[in-house]
Ligand binder design. Structure first.
Ligand code: SF4
Length: 436
């Protein structure tokens, strides 16, 4: 009998992509993917372990699933970063009742793991990290939309001291460029307008002699690709060759996510980020000189161990000087097994972390608002991605090349339409527009 599977995804875009891979692997083995957890024989949680509350959310969710389904049995599996980070601890916890776990490089083993549990009743697991698995032979089972994510590399060699990814996802490995280009061609034929190249450390992509700039050029040459984005890069991998390509190619979006993490050079060194405050600022200047009008988003951690209030002011200074278009700002949260957890005491108080995050959020909101207001009166070409917004059925939502959300009156636009609009209003998070 066909078994039904429900997959719930937490965390980053790479996890969303991996869930698409898992759906494809299971469908091939005649599993049916369902959208209702209560109707599923098997529930899989594709997990994230970047922050402490992400772990807790998953543990609570497992309890909820098991309790709601009593007395009917349901198999529960944990996939993703929690699987590798907590390993068999998850299976050994009698209160959790997890039946199988699979790490990010073991998804092809899922049909085998499920059949082992079903046949023997014993728990099963595979958390082996591979130096070679890129899943380039699997075509992800995607939902319809305007953007398709394509993982071009997996893993990370950087070992930022706060980050668990090198331990949960293993070493860097890149897909063969031809397989990426073939996937892009298939996506264009399937009606996707935009592709986003994905990797934990996306711009360190290298396959034989092909580097990230070469791959971007190959993708940009595919007829019909209208927008190309990429995430998440590391500031150390932005050679001039890549910047010039971004400036020259109209279908490569003029937007870069450039994770700062901290503005103080001593803290950056403790984080093992391999750049200084001045080097980061110089890179921003070089990017702006090569690609005028580029938009920047960033990630920042406040309250990293040993960061003093004075050192935090360097982060404030960088935010003021760079004027990022948007920023994801987090309080430091110690993750088990990272170098920071092993070597440094989490010594910035919760109150101080809160103070710092409030300061930065207020500053960034003001900058985002000013930068968005600069758009008022401009003409922008947007790609419609949702046919209504959270607030109103009368509006729809599109995105500019610079990745800004624009809300416009709905009319009869459909997802995937291009609309030219005049920007009429702005908040820190969105623009409003009127079609021309
Ligand atoms: S570059 Fe640093 S933060 Fe990003 S995945 Fe690698 S170790 Fe983590």
């Amino acid at each position: 009998m066909t078994k039904t599977v429900f997959i719930e995804t937490y965390g980053c875009q790479m996890n969303e992509y991996d869930s698409e891979l898992v759906r494809s692997i299971l469908k091939k083995e005649n599993y049916e993917i369902v959208t209702d957890e209560l109707g599923a024989d098997i529930v899989m949680l594709n997990t994230c372990t970047v922050r402490d509350n992400a772990d807790r959310k998953v543990v609570n969710r497992v309890h909820e699933i098991k309790n709601r389904r009593k007395p009917d049995p349901v198999l529960v599996g944990i996939l993703g970063c929690m699987a590798t980070n907590f390993k068999t601890k998850l299976l050994e916890d009698p209160n959790l009742g997890i039946d199988f776990i699979a790490g990010p490089d073991s998804y092809k083993q899922l049909p085998k793991l499920i059949s082992e549990v079903t046949q023997s009743g014993d728990k099963s697991f595979d958390i082996t990290l591979s130096e070679f698995e890129t899943y380039s032979d699997i075509s992800p089972s995607r939902d319809e939309g305007v953007n398709a994510w394509i993982a071009i590399m997996r893993g990370c060699n950087n070992f930022c001291t706060f980050c668990v990814v090198p331990y949960t996802r293993g070493r860097e490995r890149s897909r063969d460029p031809e397989s990426v280009v073939d996937e892009v061609k298939r996506l264009v034929s399937a009606g996707f307008h935009q592709v986003t190249l994905l990797g934990q450390n996306v711009n360190s992509y290298r396959h034989d002699a092909t580097d990230f700039a070469d791959l971007m050029a190959m993708v940009s040459d595919v007829p019909g690709v209208e927008r190309i984005r990429f995430t998440s890069p590391h500031p150390k991998d932005f050679p001039s060759k890549l910047l010039r390509l971004m400036a020259d190619r109209p279908n490569i979006c003029k937007q870069i996510h450039l994770p700062l993490q901290a503005g103080n050079t001593r803290v950056l060194d403790k984080m093992n980020r391999t750049y200084t405050k001045d080097e980061f600022l110089a890179l921003v200047d070089e990017i702006r000189a090569t690609i005028p009008g580029i938009s920047f988003s960033t990630d920042i951690i406040v309250g990293f161990p040993t960061e003093t209030a004075e050192e935090f002011e360097d982060t404030v200074d960088v935010v003021r000087r760079v004027r990022f278009d948007s920023a994801y700002i987090f309080k430091y949260s110690e993750r088990p097994n990272t170098l920071a957890a092993r070597r440094l005491k989490d010594d910035v108080s919760e109150e101080e972390k809160t103070r710092r995050i409030v300061v930065l959020n207020e500053l960034q909101r003001a900058i985002s608002l000013e930068k968005n207001r600069d758009y008022i009166g401009r003409v922008e070409r947007i790609l419609i991605e949702k046919d209504s917004t959270k607030k109103s059925d009368m509006d729809c939502q599109g995105r500019t090349d610079s990745n800004r959300i624009v809300i416009i009156p709905k009319s009869d636009y459909r997802i995937g339409d291009w609309v030219t609009v005049t920007i009429t209003d702005a908040t820190p998070n969105v623009l409003k527009g009127m079609p021309i």
